[in-house]
Design a protein around this ligand. Structure first.
Ligand code: LRH
Ligand code: MN
Length: 398
């Protein structure tokens, strides 16, 4: 009996609907970020890697390889102007030719020098108008690319007490996003991402989930909160935020990554896999929101990092689908403090790798994506074709 048969029979004996778990896993769609394949770094350095994509078309090629190997990466989130091209129809065609859909569109209002003191919250109305112009351009780009979401993160904030009027900035934020929401076509929604700090180091205008939820409730039904795992203070219970926003119907999206200290943007599940499992336990209780990876692979091989990230997400979701919800509810009803915890631990300690491998194989992907990637020679071929560290178009810090 192979590992899968052994696992499946043990799970069925324990009363799990293994077919239902496999169907749910096969439907999992994770958006990979175009910027996760390109150059990225810290304020100290950006280390260019041989073979990294030279433009958005090659970033899509790397995303297609990630999807070929994992079966769950059939959409790509784009960032503008990093992914700007003349012909968006050609970009859309290139994506669909590789079996990829265009995911969320991410405007960039954090690099232009005009945004030093803010973008949609800037004291100067002309700067806010310029920011809105970029946001409207991204709405049009999304329409051309068939994307249904504007994923909004604003670096807006201040560095010193007294630098600006905190309430006035808030009113400017409401006014700017109100204008954007009014211009939003019906098929698009806004995802509002918050972040505790960086690049602002005194007050960030969208610093936490409550701040983002207030904005969304003011804007309308098609504005929901996006949770980035690296954007919280140490010790914050993120799975509780997921439960709360899910209950409110305001959990619009996720930026998966992992951190030990701050917004480290490391591979999801690489620091705290138990937290990732607990987050999926809350996510699996409702229809899944838009799931996107948001990582910066500063020193590690970028396609391999993305493939491992998808595998970690598949395994976390599979474990969450194996939580015995009936046993959990019974323990809660009986006040059995550890009863529920044991139910979670049993699911978390289940080695789901044979099941994930079987589902990937049934989708025509790889049982062992990392081994398949290494065997494919994809990275060496890319380095051969794309050359080493020549200047590239678009990307972090450019
Ligand atoms: C900000 C952020 C945001 C992106 C950027 C690449 O820290 O998480 O989601 O625009 O990273
Ligand atoms: Mn993010």
């Amino acid at each position: 009996m192979n590992d899968y048969d052994h696992l499946a029979s043990r799970l069925r004996d324990a009363g799990h609907d293994v077919d239902a778990v496999e169907r749910a896993l096969a439907l999992l769609v994770i958006e990979t970020p175009s910027w996760g394949y390109g150059d990225s770094g810290t304020r100290f350095a950006t280390f260019q890697q041989a073979g990294r994509p030279r433009d958005v078309f090659e970033r899509l090629d790397d995303a297609a390889e990630t999807h070929r190997l994992t079966g769950s990466a059939s959409a790509v989130a784009l960032h503008f102007p990093w992914d700007r091209v003349e012909d968006y129809a050609a970009l859309r065609e290139h994506a669909s030719a590789h079996g990829l859909a265009i995911g969320a569109v991410n405007p960039n209002l954090f690099q232009d020098p005009d945004y030093r003191l803010g973008s949609v919250t800037h004291p100067d109305g002309a700067v806010r108008a310029k920011a809105l112009e970029h946001l409207r351009e991204c709405v049009e780009i999304a329409t051309e690319l068939g994307s249904t979401a504007q994923s909004l993160w604003f670096a807006d904030g201040t560095n010193y007490p007294g630098q600006d009027d905190l309430a006035a900035r808030r009113e400017r934020l409401y006014d700017s996003l109100g204008q954007l929401y009014a211009a939003l076509p019906d098929e698009q929604e806004l995802l509002v991402e918050y972040k505790l700090f960086e690049p602002a180091f005194y007050a960030t205008d969208l610093a936490d989930w409550g701040s983002a939820l207030l904005v969304c409730q003011k804007l309308g039904e098609r504005a929901r909160v996006l949770v980035d795992l690296g954007h919280h203070a140490q010790g914050v219970n993120i799975e509780q935020i997921v439960a709360l926003l899910g209950l409110e119907g305001r959990l619009g999206g996720f930026h998966f990554n992992n951190r030990k200290y701050a917004d480290d943007d490391l591979i999801v599940g690489s620091v705290n896999p138990f937290e990732l499992f607990l987050i999926f336990c809350e996510l699996a209780a409702r229809p899944l929101p838009r799931l996107t990876i948001d990582q910066a692979h500063n020193v590690e091989a970028k396609v391999e990092a993305m493939v491992l990230s998808i595998v970690n997400l598949q395994e976390a979701y599979a474990k969450a689908l194996l939580v015995d919800r009936g046993r959990l509810a019974a323990a809660h009803a009986e006040g059995d403090v550890l009863g529920g915890h044991h139910a979670l631990l049993d699911a978390y300690n289940t080695d789901v790798r044979p099941l994930c491998a079987k589902v990937r194989a049934e989708q025509g992907a790889a049982e062992d994506p990392i081994a398949a990637l290494k065997a494919s020679g994809y990275a060496a071929r890319a380095a051969e074709q794309r050359g080493s560290t020549a200047a590239v178009a678009g990307g972090w810090g450019r």
